[in-house]
Design a protein. Sequence first.
Length: 266
Amino acid sequence: MYRIFPVVLIGLATFAPFVAAADPLSDRIAVLSQGFRGTVMLYAKNLSTGREVGVAPDTRVRTASTIKLPILCALESLVAAGKVKWDERIILKPEDKVSGSGVLASLEDHTELSVRNLAILMIILSDNTATNLILDRIGADAVNDYLDTIGLVKTRANRKVRGDGTKLAAPSGWSKAGLLEDNKRFGLGVSTPREMVRLLELLNDGKIVGPDAIYCAGVGPVSIELQVHDPLSGAYKTEMRARLLGVTRPGEDPLGIPEGASRLTP
C-alpha cells in the first residue's frame, strides 16, 4: 500500500562539505552524510509547498544513465514536431552493440526494432545499446538544443554510451558540448541536481511532453524507479516510483512515493 506524496528528490553522487541550516531536515541530512567517504550533491523540492532543500545543488556532476531521461524527452519533442516517428524501424548491427545494462547486446544481429521499442528499453532496462541507437537517430546536439528550449542549460548529452566494465567501445557520437574539454571529464552526460529535479517537475506539471502524443503512439505507461543504497543493511531500497512522460492511467497520480519514504520530505 502506497501513500502518494508530490515530492521530487534527486541526489547525484559525489558529497561536498555540508553547511547546516536552521532546519530539522537539513540537520538530518547533515547527520546522515557524516562519515561518508565521498562528496554529496543533493536537491529536493516539495511540489505542493515549493519548499526546497539542497547540498551544493547547482554543482555540475556526471549524469551516468540519468541522461537517458532528457534523451527520451527530446525524442518525444521530435516526434511531436513530426521529425521522427515512433514506428520507424532501426536495424541492430553488430557494431552497434555495447556492454552493460540492457538486452539488445544479446539479441540476434540485424534484429529490427521500432523507435518506440528502443525508447522503452532505454528507460525500463536502461539499455545502453538502445540509447546509442536513439542518439544515432536524433543526434546528441538535438538533445541539447531541446534542453536549451526548456531552460536546462547546464544539462548536456556529451556522447554515446561506451559500455560498462572493461569492454568499452571507443568514445563516439560527440555533441558540440561534449567536445569541450571542461565537459569531457563528465562522460556521457553532465547536469546538476537542481536541473534534474526541474526536469521531473516540468514533467509532473505537464509543461513538457504531450501525453496524447505518447498514447497515440502506443507508448506507455513508462515508469522509473529510484533505488537508494542503505549503508547499514547493504540493501537497495526503492524510494521513489514515478510515471514518466505524464502518462498515467485514469485516476492515477503521476508521482508515487512508497510509504515510509517520506522521512526526508521537505
